[in-house]
Design a binder for this molecule. Structure first.
Ligand code: SAM
Length: 194
């Protein structure tokens, strides 16, 4: 309640009575209740909607054993947005008798594990924070440069419009070689391209 004060939370639970109890907990708080949305549905049936979230929190008992848990994680990995964060709960030591364990080396296909915390106090669940991978299989965007033709003497390319290769969303931090950069700046095309 003292954190994420402007965040809206969408809560998915397969059990309508769990949602009713949870919404009753916040109903008297004008601010929080406005930012809590409760949806009764099996998370395995939530698909493209998952891509709108920056962070997904997965409760410990969604997936009661390891196989089920892996299926849920795979499902989230398929539909969550690239780069978004998955926070899930696991267990460690004797606590594995109480809660399903997530093996951070093998169960988080499609995610990069950022941090794992095993509490040593009365808190039971471990916390795993992972980030959905960026995939770089998008085709590069090719955009014709309007009104500019090559002056090459080659008969194959003479007079053909110049295409520029735009970095796709996977090219963060990668220097994209574009011999036309200077030319675009000089011609003042940059503003028109955005
Ligand atoms: C330990 S409770 C967690 C309650 C609370 N939402 C939280 O995160 O602290 C686990 C909840 O997961 C729900 N659940 C289990 N499997 C689910 C599934 N496949 N889809 C959606 N909810 C599920 C159960 O109904 C139960 O209310």
């Amino acid at each position: 309640m003292n954190h994420l004060k402007n965040t809206t939370f969408h809560n998915y639970d397969i059990d309508d009575s769990a949602n009713s109890k949870a919404s009753a907990l916040v109903v008297n708080d004008d601010d929080v209740s406005k930012r809590m949305v409760f949806k009764t549905i099996d998370v395995m049936n939530v698909t493209s909607e998952l891509s709108q979230y920056d962070v997904v929190f997965l409760a410990a008992l969604v997936g009661m054993d390891r196989d089920e848990k892996i299926k849920v994680i795979e499902h989230l990995g398929k539909y969550m947005a690239q780069g978004s964060i998955l926070m899930l709960r696991s267990a460690h030591g004797a606590r594995v008798f109480l809660y399903p364990v997530v093996d951070t080396h093998s169960d988080l296909t499609g995610f990069e594990v950022l941090d794992v915390f095993h509490p040593t106090d009365e808190v039971i669940n471990s916390v795993v924070i992972a980030r959905k991978h960026h995939y770089c299989d998008d085709d590069p965007m090719v955009m014709p440069l309007p009104g500019v033709n090559t002056s090459s003497s080659s008969s194959a390319s003479a007079g053909a419009p110049i295409n520029i290769l735009l970095p796709n969303k996977c090219s963060h931090g990668i220097e994209v070689f574009n011999p036309l950069n200077n030319m675009i700046e000089e011609l003042g095309f940059e503003e028109n391209l955005s």
